[in-house]
Design a protein around this ligand. Structure first.
Ligand SMILES: CC(=O)N[C@H]1[C@@H](OP(=O)(O)OP(=O)(O)OC[C@H]2O[C@@H](n3ccc(=O)[nH]c3=O)[C@H](O)[C@@H]2O)O[C@H](CO)[C@@H](O)[C@@H]1O
Ligand SMILES: C=C(OP(=O)(O)O)C(=O)O
Length: 425
């Protein structure tokens, strides 16, 4: 297994370009199942999760091709006629990527049935999909759970619009139901819907395919079902979590970095928190410039669904707090077990005490490099960040977690002046 080796203490400087958003690209690729023919998406990041979605769509009978040219960011998904598609998402693929569940909505809507492995829990929490299933049942699907699989079947030829009130605002749940409702008969209203920019991006692409979706980006989304959709042709939004990770990298190294492609509106609370901590942040044409102070100040953070502070940035912000002046309280409200980075950060000298959903972080003047490993994506990113500002050498193992969500992070950080390299296994 590859590892990343970092010699800490370098100030980051220069421009880094944000890749397309993993969490926008995954539902978009799944949405191609809603229309026969070739859908094209540009600005798709090169990530392990995208490759997994490719394997999943291919296993169902779709074509999945990256554009030619070394730097091509486009992917074309070619969806065969309904009779030639196998609406099954096998355990072997779903277990490597929970977002595979995003094929459920489109499959039931267009093919009338689906067999999708239950994703199960993962390192950060139980992550049930009860809200996805509740919504599909309301739209007229019969759901049964057999041998670890969700078996979904539309009761009539088409799903039927309904009013769906989510108990929790779920991102992939909202996306699954928007896609299912896009081809249902009549009107669907989603209440307490997720407001994340990735949901909006999906709705934008679906509307260009001929769907009638209003209100994406708010907690009430109204979908007027249509008979059929055209294939998609869409540019994926920039990855706000990758962008946020670079903002923190610059802030903790006293750096001066222009994060090209960072959309300030997608990161408002993260930018606010980093400013409160003493970083200078300016929105500029086409991105955001961040300058780190000599030492950051402690700030408290509570994760919330968008537009609140994203849970996917909690581990990275915690590193900033671990080296800040003063004590901060970090509260994780979205997932019940998202502090796996804490033990590893402690091995690097961080002073963090976790009690339930709260972590008290007492800032240390320095961290010290160590061999570390993490069991999830953002925890791994936080260890890379810690390595950037630690004294000595940090080796981050199990890099496959990072490769799920960061396109060549070591290359991008090296271009900013970090001493970082990948060691191939
Ligand atoms: C591929 C993708 O986009 N992943 C993101 C998506 O995950 P994902 O869509 O899986 O996360 P959700 O928004 O669904 O989860 C939010 C909360 O709702 C709970 N829940 C969710 C669904 C359900 O049916 N029942 C239920 O109880 C979850 O356990 C969690 O506590 O949003 C998360 C929250 O911003 C991010 O961390 C992930 O990076
Ligand atoms: C938790 C994440 O992803 P996923 O939902 O794919 O596990 C993430 O992107 O931080």
């Amino acid at each position: 297994m590859d590892s990343i080796v970092i010699k800490g203490g370098k100030r980051l400087e220069g421009t880094v370009k944000v890749s397309g958003a993993k969490n926008a690209a995954l539902p978009l690729l799944a949405s191609s199942l809603l229309a026969e023919g070739a859908s094209t998406f540009r600005n798709v990041p090169e990530l392990a999760d995208i490759a997994t979605m490719g394997k999943l769509l291919s296993s169902m009978g779709c074509g999945f091709e990256r554009g030619t040219g070394r730097k091509s960011t486009s992917i074309t998904v070619t969806v065969p006629p309904a009779a030639d598609l196998e609406p099954i998402a096998p355990y072997e693929l779903v277990k490597t990527m929970r977002a595979s569940v995003l094929v459920l909505g489109p499959l039931v809507a267009r093919y009338g049935k689906a067999r999708v492995s239950l994703p199960g829990g993962c390192a950060i929490g139980a992550r049930p999909i009860d809200q996805h299933l509740m919504g599909l049942e309301k739209l007229g699907a019969t759901i049964s759970l057999e041998h670890g699989y969700v078996q979904a079947k539309a009761r009539s030829r088409r799903l039927t619009g309904a009013r769906i009130n989510f108990d929790v605002a779920t991102v992939t749940g909202t996306e699954n139901l928007i896609m299912a409702a896009a081809l249902a008969k009549g009107t669907t209203v989603l209440e307490n819907a997720a407001r994340e920019p990735e949901v909006e991006d999906l709705a934008r692409s679906l509307n260009a395919m001929g769907a009638q979706i209003e209100g994406a980006g708010t907690d009430r989304i109204e979908i007027q079902g249509v008979d059929s959709l055209q294939p998609a042709d869409h540019d994926v939004i920039p990855d706000r979590i990758e962008a946020g990770t670079f903002l923190v990298a610059a802030a903790i190294t006293g750096g001066d970095v222009f994060v090209e492609g960072c959309v300030p509106d997608h990161l408002e609370v993260v930018i606010e928190k980093l400013r409160e901590a003493g970083a200078l942040i300016e929105a500029r044409d086409g991105g955001v410039r961040v300058r780190g102070p000599k030492r950051l100040k402690a700030v408290d953070v509570k994760t919330q669904p968008f537009p609140g502070f994203p849970t996917d940035m909690q581990a990275q912000l915690m590193v900033a707090m671990a080296v800040a002046e003063g004590s901060s309280v970090v509260t994780e409200n979205v997932f019940e077990n998202r502090y796996m980075h804490v033990q590893e950060l402690s091995r690097m000298g961080a002073n963090i005490a976790v009690d339930g959903k709260t972590a008290i972080v007492k800032g240390s003047a320095r961290l010290s490099g160590a061999p570390v490993m993490a069991t999830d994506l953002r925890a791994s990113a936080s260890l890379v960040l810690a390595g950037l500002c630690a004294e000595g050498t940090t080796t981050v193992q199990r890099v496959y977690h990072l490769d799920r969500g960061y396109q060549r992070i070591e290359k991008k950080l090296r271009a900013l002046g970090a001493e970082i390299r990948r060691v191939k296994a």
